[in-house]
Structures are given as structure tokens and as C-alpha cells.
Design a binder for this molecule. Structure first.
Ligand SMILES: [Zn+2]
Length: 402
């Protein structure tokens, strides 16, 4: 299920307050990290990626990025009139094409099972149950998929790393560690918009905030440290299962819609570009040329999901996603994980867990062989999911050593 991007500006300030080894950011991004990209990208390529993938509305970036003839000027901080100048490559060829090792051998793949699962799944809002049926916990299904996929990929020679191996947090922090941050967040919010809450409401808001800081921010930043500093993979695959909003959360009833989609990083909206760290990460990803690889992988996996599951591709209607390329089901979105993992990231959202079809399939468990699911013979949802991803990857990496 998608992590809603509610992290925004305040969130990143909180991150700088995280204690000890969780501390990731100091005061500002280090723009000199972009220096090696001077004169490496042509103006046309930069503008194409910016306008078609990373920021589809000029009005969202025009106060932050100026495109001149020979350079892009990027505002370093919202506080000062200080700009980073990125000089374009003036040879108007398309520059060097981004290429990578297309064999499983020596390819390092990190599998990131979404969410935490276990006793945290209710808190994360990635848990539901209907009647006496066993609860559906997204984090746990994603971990089963990761383990299944790990075996398949190792068998063909890939180096595979699981970002988490159990249904427990990667971060050492817990919600209680964020009492101070959550309290000052509410005080700030109240002083800005003058909200008046009862004592009970305040306690509830503070509790929710503490939990979000734990299971989303602290957790994903801890995973990012693991990915960026220890695993250093060639790509990360984030495994999730989507869900549709309940019509009436008090009386959950299953929906008809069951579909899939695959995300690459993109579509930074106005408020996100206005955040110094997000603006920096966007430019950093653009200049690394990761989009090309993300899109190729996303497209192959999307084809594979369509073929293997027969599901239709999901279509976004709102401004928070941008269609990239022509393959149905492949979209750009700016999520915390696909932004702060420093390598190409493909983020998978197959199935609608609370659809009639997927729910039935999930309830049947992680079985061997094929069973009838609503009249169709199917492998378990875990096997079907892992196989879809594997077949997509095989189309790219499996040419020379299978
Ligand atoms: Zn999810």
C-alpha cells in the first residue's frame, strides 16, 4: 500500500533531530556532491528529464530552478539567495547512454519488503481483517515475496540482499523516542493555524505523530542507511501490495477493482521542490541518469505482471503521479523510499489487497502448486508475485547466463 507522501518540510527537520546513528542530515544538503556532473549533461536532456519525469509542471519549479542557455541555476536554500550553477555539456549530442551490467552475475539486488508487519502492522495502517478471517498484513506478505524472489534470483547467480529479514523494524528508535518532536510539532501547528484541541485530542495527535515518525521516517531513513552505506546495490526493488480506500472504514466491504502498477521516482510537486533536501535529491537522481534504468526495469516488470496475472494496469488521475513512457502501469511518483535510496529504485504496487479476488487469493495462504481461486487455477499470491518480478528481471538480466 502506498506510503502517502505526508513527510514534507517539517518531517525533514525532525530527521535532523533523530538521535545518534539515525541522524542523517545536518543543516543543509551538500551541493558539492553534484560537482562531478558539471558539463556532463546537455541542456536538452536535462530539460526533457525535468519536464517529463521529475517535475511535469513548470510552475512547480520555476521559483527554484532557472534554465539559462548554458546552465541551470538551482536554488540551494529557501532561506538565502544562494544558487548552484550546473553548467551544461555544450555538445548537443544526447551524451553518453546510461548502460549497465545486464547479467545476473555480479548484479547486486536489494529487496525491500514494504512496511514492518508483525505487531506493528496495525499501527502502520497496513492491516485489516474481515469477520473471523485471519488478518491481512501487507508487511508480512511482502516479506514472504522477498524471500521467494531471493531464492529465484540467487539460483541464477544474482547477489541478493533483503533490507529486512523479519517482521521487525530496522530502526532502533521506537515511538516513545519522538515525544519531544511530536509535542513541538503540535505546538507549532497550533501556533500557525490557531487550532484548539481538547486534551484527549491533543494526546491522540501527539501519539499518531510519534508513530509516524517511528514507522515511516525513522524506519525508512534507517533502511536508506543500510542500502546506501552497507549494501550499495545496483538496484532496489521495493515490494508492496496496494489497497483501495474503504467506502466505509467502520464496515469494511471488499471492492471489485484489482490491478497493478509499477513506480519509478518522479513527479516532485511544488511543496516538495520547495524543500531543500527533496530538491537536491531530485537533481541528484536526474544527474545520475538513474531514470533510464528504473524505467527499463519498471516496463519489463509491468509487462510481466500483466502477462502473468492478467490484471489491468492502474491509471492515476491526480497530480501526484506522472505517466512515464508508453507501457501501461508505469508511473513516476515521489516517495520517501524511492527518493532517498541512492541508486535506481523500482517500487511495486501489484494487487488490491481488499478486492474480492486478491483477498480470496491471500486468504488461501502461501501454498504449493495450483489451487482454484474464484474459478481460476492459480499459484499462491506470493509465488505469482515473485514469479512476475523474476520473469521481468530475467528479460533484462537473463539473456547471457540462462
Ligand atoms: Zn505498502
Amino acid at each position: 500500500m502506498l506510503m502517502r507522501v505526508v513527510v514534507g518540510v517539517l518531517a525533514l527537520h525532525f530527521v535532523s533531530l533523530l538521535k545518534g546513528e539515525e541522524k542523517l542530515f545536518t543543516e543543509a544538503p551538500d551541493w558539492s556532491v553534484l560537482d562531478p556532473f558539471q558539463k556532463k549533461i546537455t541542456k536538452s536532456k536535462f530539460c526533457k528529464l525535468l519536464n517529463e519525469v521529475y517535475c511535469p509542471r513548470k510552475s512547480w519549479y520555476s521559483s527554484w530552478i532557472e534554465i539559462l542557455n548554458d546552465r541551470a541555476r538551482i536554488r540551494k536554500t529557501g532561506k538565502l539567495d544562494s544558487w548552484y550553477d550546473l553548467v551544461f555539456d555544450n555538445k548537443e549530442n544526447e551524451g553518453s547512454k546510461f548502460d549497465f551490467n545486464k547479467t545476473f552475475l555480479n548484479t547486486r539486488i536489494a529487496l525491500d519488503p514494504g512496511h514492518i508487519g508483525g505487531k506493528y502492522s496495525l499501527m502502520e495502517g497496513r492491516h485489516f481483517s474481515i469477520g473471523e478471517d485471519p488478518p491481512v498484513r501487507e508487511g508480512e506478505i511482502c516479506l514472504m515475496v522477498a524471500k521467494n524472489l531471493e531464492e529465484k534470483l540467487k539460483a541464477v547467480g544474482a547477489e541478493v540482499f533483503l533490507v529486512r529479514k523479519i517482521n521487525e523494524p530496522v530502526t532502533k528508535n521506537r515511538p516513545e523516542d519522538f515525544t519531544k518532536e511530536a509535542t513541538s510539532w503540535l505546538e507549532n501547528r497550533n501556533s500557525q493555524i490557531g487550532e484548539k484541541f481538547s486534551k484527549e485530542q491533543k494526546l491522540k495527535l501527539i501519539q499518531n505523530r510519534k508513530e509516524v515518525l517511528f514507522y515511516r521516517l525513522s524506519e525508512i531513513h534507517s533502511r536508506a542507511r543500510l542500502v546506501n552505506e552497507r549494501i550499495k546495490p545496483d538496484l532496489v526493488i521495493c515490494l508492496h501490495i496496494n489497497a483501495a480506500p474503504w467506502k466505509d472504514p467502520d464496515y469494511p466491504s471488499l471492492v471489485q477493482r484489482n490491478d497493478y502498477h509499477v513506480l519509478v521516482n518522479g513527479c516532485y510537486m511544488g511543496g516538495e521542490i520547495a524543500d531543500d533536501f527533496q530538491r537536491f535529491e531530485m537533481i541528484h537522481r536526474l544527474l545520475n541518469g538513474w531514470h533510464e534504468k528504473e524505467r527499463l526495469l519498471a516496463e519489463e516488470i509491468s509487462y510481466s505482471f500483466s502477462k502473468r496475472t492478467g490484471l489491468p494496469a492502474f491509471v492515476y488521475k491526480g497530480p501526484n503521479a506522472v505517466k512515464v513512457g508508453k507501457v501501461p502501469g508505469v508511473w513516476g511518483r515521489n516517495l520517501l523510499a524511492n527518493r532517498i535510496y541512492s541508486c535506481p529504485v523500482v517500487f511495486l504496487e501489484p494487487y488490491v489487497a481488499n478486492s474480492i479476488e486478491a483477498y480470496q487469493h491471500i486468504q488461501m495462504g502461501n501454498y504449493q502448486g495450483r489451487k482454484l481461486v474464484l474459478g481460476k487455477l492459480k499459484k499462491s499470491i506470493v509465488e505469482e508475485y515473485a514469479e512476475s518480478v523474476f520473469l521481468g528481471l530475467k528479460n533484462i538480466y537473463g539473456q547471457s547466463n540462462l
